[in-house]
Design a protein around this ligand. Sequence first.
Ligand SMILES: Nc1ncnc2c1ncn2[C@@H]1O[C@H](COP(=O)(O)OP(=O)(O)OP(=O)(O)O)[C@@H](O)[C@H]1O
Length: 674
Amino acid sequence: MPPEGARKNPNAKGDANLTQKSPAEFFQDNKGIAGFENAGKSLYTTLREFVENALDAAEAIGTLPEIDIAIEEVSVSQYENLIGLRAHVRLDDELYADFESDKAKEKRLAQEAKKAAKATTSGKGGRGGGKREQTKCFYKITVKDNGKGMQHEDIPNMLGRVLSGTKYGLRQTRGKFGLGSKMALIWSKQTTGLPIHIRSALPNQAFISEYLLDIDIEKNEPNVHKENKLSNDEKWHGAELSVTIEGNWTTYRQYVLSYMRQLAIVTPYAQFRFRYTTSSATTSTAKDIDIVFRRRTDIMPALPTATKHHPSAAKENMLLIKDLLSQTREKNLVNFLHKEFTSIPKDLSVRLIEELGYGFDADMHPTEVSDKQATRMQQLLAQARFDDPDGACLSPAGEYNLRLGIMKELGPEWIASFCAPSLACGGHPLVVEACVSLGGRDVKPGFNVFRFANRIPLLFEGGNDVVTRCVQRLNWGTYKIDKNNDKIGVFVSIVSTKIPFKGTSKEYIGDENIEIAEAVDKAIKQCAAQLRGKIVRAQVQRDRNARKKQLTKYIPDVARALFAMLAASADADQPPSKRARISGALWPVDEKWEADVIDQARDGKVTEEVIKAKLEEHVQRSDHEQALEFAMQQSKEGLNELMYLAPKTPELEYVPEIRSETCAFRFLKSAEMR
Ligand SMILES: Nc1ncnc2c1ncn2[C@@H]1O[C@H](COP(=O)(O)OP(=O)(O)OP(=O)(O)O)[C@@H](O)[C@H]1O
């Protein structure tokens, strides 16, 4: 039997089991690989796909993103109205799966009461509700942005055809597969049957495109219900997408809110408004949410740029050379290698062609290369050594932005950051940045791992992710961090032209890629080492404070006792040598000096108050001396603290040094700080 939804072999003579499926059918049957495994997760993934498209769209035109996200609960009767069904009053209750006889109801309630009582005494808490099937919940999700919008004619294909999009090239973007919003549409079609509503306008466009469309899953084609051009008096640009789907807010509420919070950390230059509204027909408004994650900076990371393949990509893709040879505009092999790849300067290109040997020459036209010769080229590129790709085409979150986001959302006591140099991963440039923080709001004791890939927060499959594995392997004790009791925040952001996600739902990066694992490990260790320095300094400071406090505590008693001895000596009026000697750091044993002090005590110049002030001054001075000595030991240059300032322009004019009597400011580019 051919699987459901697949078409049989049209050739009557062939195998009756041979069937074809469209990409839309494939993803409909395998929704889980795209993050649509159940109602709750589908709600989360739909929101996420729309928000990430919105961010990509705003950043693409260099606009500070302003994104409105709304989830509205839709009651069953509202839903029935939407699909044109009138709410049905049941005639025969016993026909329905949720029917319960009076006796069965009584029994269930008694059992539930028993369970609830048990849960209260065991302190575990219960959800109640028994086994009865839950009623379906529907939600309308709307995301509006101020991005680049979409061409009127392109909208049906962009949002109604699986595997179509504008982000397939070699450029860092959040989206990649041309799938996300279509999966939301397939899910809405399957669960509510309602189409997607789109409004969009390009910058300076006089009209707003409006579409109501769904997808013909069998043909993988858009199915347009309504198409309009509305006037754009407000000169708005951007997109607004709205779908009504089955979901589960109760179980995924926490994930959605964590996602929003983490997005605010990694994109502090964006402003998000998130609203959740309960259906007025069913519940009170006490569960409604309206949060604004405010923009904290106007500085956006530089836009990522498109790049070429690194030759090491030939290791993983046997067809790459053949594809490039057939598409190139270059007229000879030297230029082909030099221009179609990164990290092949012209002289290296000449050497590579010489190495290819018989049958190749520098002036050969790329179209003259046979299949066999292309395989030889592929082998050589896979084996030869090349410089790592340049990470300049990437747009990392930036240490400044990451720190700012973390400070804003968590307010930790300490924070350290590190940005590793770019590396090659499967022929793609990749940059790892990390921050480690201690303390903060809503941070539990132990590890709190925050993972970001191409500036998307990753919330699921944390246990399998390369970052979590590195965090678990690290010996935190050597950095004076208590992994069980300290509130440790580990933030790792990875950006690349191709993030090696496991699956299309972009949930985690595996641990088996050694280059990435090493880079993540190094970045976290660098942060931990910075924190260790701060922890040691703070410990020394605490010890000094304790010592100072202890000494200060006894000053009044010591001053009183010393003055009493001086006063007694003054009264007795004996030669100094016969008096009890007063020794110690303040009064070296010197008879003339002793006589002077006693005389001054007698004249009222040395009083208990004077002794107290001298003792206090001494404790203060020795504290400063100790602090200075420690600072000198810690750093060759004395007290030296890195601070992060956002450059006003990409190419900042660096002032060499600003000096004052007490401190000096030196401006360094981040690369110089390593
Ligand atoms: N808010 C938006 N503004 C502008 N263009 C958009 C917006 N949302 C979607 N698009 C366009 O529609 C295309 C398809 O989006 P879709 O979410 O299906 O896939 P994607 O973002 O390209 O990749 P992925 O499946 O990895 O998310 C995008 O490539 C983009 O060109």
